[in-house]
Design a protein around this ligand. Structure first.
Ligand code: UGA
Length: 446
């Protein structure tokens, strides 16, 4: 099939590559000429394991092309996926300008029967607005341009896996014709066992928000349990293990830490809150999810302060800056929120990350960054584990201890073994663990 993908961000580019890999003829479009040029030369604009290799394979196969020429890409396409950004406005509402622009572009250049598949995460009701634009712009194509909702469920860092072996494909459509086109587009995945769930449009749109909001809710629940564990002397790792063994609850997304970040959960929680409000349903539970998430950052800052007393002129090493391992994405990364808070109090903050340092520094110029964890740790009064990279998990802890001014580790991801850390002489403070709230009596190592 001839497919076009508008927007070559995380979702768009992964869609281009995976759709080409199952045999479709795909053209990716983006307004950013420099970006398109680099992608067309096999260079992905962000880090995603396996993406660049697959991009080069598909470019070489001739099934995948990239262009800034929307007309050339859209003319003759059977499906045009819209996968442009929907960043939050100050009110929390999703900003849908890019979606509207993309819809207008598709309407302008579509030549015949074409399904417009909205893949960006959008508030319920967006497809109706897209349809309105299309009907206004192209009354001549009435009946042969259809909008469907086709939300994407891929995780950054595992995007290629999730796109190639999706656990579900959701298509919200209003005509049998559009459903049939989407069945053909996704047949190679369904043949391999993926579940295709067909719904109406509003259901597909809402289901995507529901998934992300519920996952964020699980994380915040675990983080609330961590706070209570710290106050009561319980161990949150065991509390969530007990919870996770119940098949009705399940173990996934119950890891307490410094809170969720990334380009999806923080934005989607706010967007769903606003959507519900607009529809006349008050959903304050979502505010609580967000509040508990912010509290997870507060908890770390409080622990660092408790350990160091005055923060001015102290050096704190942040181990990991990306919002999670496997990505160089720092959007809404809790590590950056922690960095800002510490820098505001006069702390010298040095961040280590294997790949996200440059992005973090562009965001916070006062943050020093390094790709050598031992540089960050050298002379630090405290180290905070922010991202559970393997590189952080496998640090030589004796070397870490000897390099630090004070051997204090505030572990925001419960990455290390508490008994070992104590045996090595660290003052070790993990999330939701016994003793976490105890005063930190520290003697300098040097
Ligand atoms: C999330 C969803 O998991 C995907 O299913 C969805 O498609 C995607 O959003 C999207 O809407 O595009 P992603 O943002 O890549 O994917 O990252 P996650 O793996 O979900 O992690 C989000 C955050 O939660 C990270 O900061 C992670 O550290 C944190 N987290 C996750 C926890 O703190 N505890 C956990 O138990 C799990």
């Amino acid at each position: 099939m001839r497919l076009a993908v508008v927007g070559t961000g995380h979702v768009g580019l992964v869609t281009c590559v995976t759709m080409a890999s199952v045999g479709h003829d795909v053209v990716g479009i983006d307004a950013d000429a420099i970006k398109i040029d680099s992608i067309a030369n096999g260079i992905a604009p962000f880090f995603e394991p396996g993406l660049e290799e697959a991009l080069n394979t598909e470019l070489a196969s001739g099934r995948l092309r990239f262009t800034t020429d929307a007309r050339a890409a859209i003319e003759g396409a059977e499906v045009v996926f819209i996968s442009v950004g929907t960043p939050p406005r100050a009110t929390g509402e999703a900003n849908l300008i890019a979606v509207e622009d993309a819809a207008r572009t598709v309407a302008r250049y579509a030549t015949g029967p074409c399904v417009i598949a909205e893949k960006s995460t959008v508030p319920t009701g967006t497809a109706r607005m897209i349809r309105r634009i299309i009907t206004r712009e192209r009354p001549d194509l009435a009946g042969s341009l259809e909008v469907v909702s086709n939300p994407e469920f891929l995780r950054e860092g595992l995007a290629m896996h999730d796109a190639l072996q999706p656990d579900r494909i959701v298509v919200g459509a209003e005509s049998e014709w559009a459903r049939e086109v989407m069945r053909r587009a996704y047949r190679p995945f369904v043949v391999q066992g993926a579940d295709l769930i067909e719904t109406d449009i509003a259901t597909a749109e809402l289901a995507k928000h529901a998934c992300n909001a519920f996952l964020a809710l699980k994380i915040s629940f675990a983080n609330a349990m961590a706070r209570i564990s710290e106050l009561s002397g319980a161990n949150v790792e065991l509390v969530t293990e007990v919870m996770g063994k119940d098949p009705r609850i399940g173990p996934a997304f119950l890891k307490a830490g410094i809170g969720y970040g990334g380009s999806c959960f923080p934005k989607d929680i706010q967007a769903l809150r606003r959507v519900a409000e607009t529809l006349g349903y008050d959903f304050p539970l979502l505010d609580e999810v967000q509040r508990i998430n912010d509290e997870a950052v507060d908890a770390v800052v409080t622990k660092v302060k408790a350990a160091l007393w005055n923060l001015e002129d102290k050096k704190v090493a942040l181990l990991g800056l990306a919002f999670k391992p496997g990505t160089d994405d720092i959007r809404f990364a809790p590590a950056l929120a922690i960095a800002r808070r510490l820098i505001d109090e006069g702390t010298h903050v040095v961040g280590y990350d294997p790949i996200a340092g440059a992005h973090a520094q562009a965001e916070i110029p006062q943050l020093a960054v390094t790709t050598d964890p031992y540089d960050a740790i050298d002379g630090a009064h405290c180290a905070v584990v922010c991202t559970e990279w393997d590189e952080v998990a496998t640090l030589d802890l004796e070397r870490v201890r000897d390099l630090m001014q004070y051997p204090i580790v505030v572990d925001g991801r419960n990455l290390y073994d508490a008994i070992r850390m104590q045996a090595l002489g660290f003052t070790y403070d993990a999330v939701g663990m016994p003793g976490a709230a105890e005063a930190l009596e520290v003697t300098p190592t040097a």
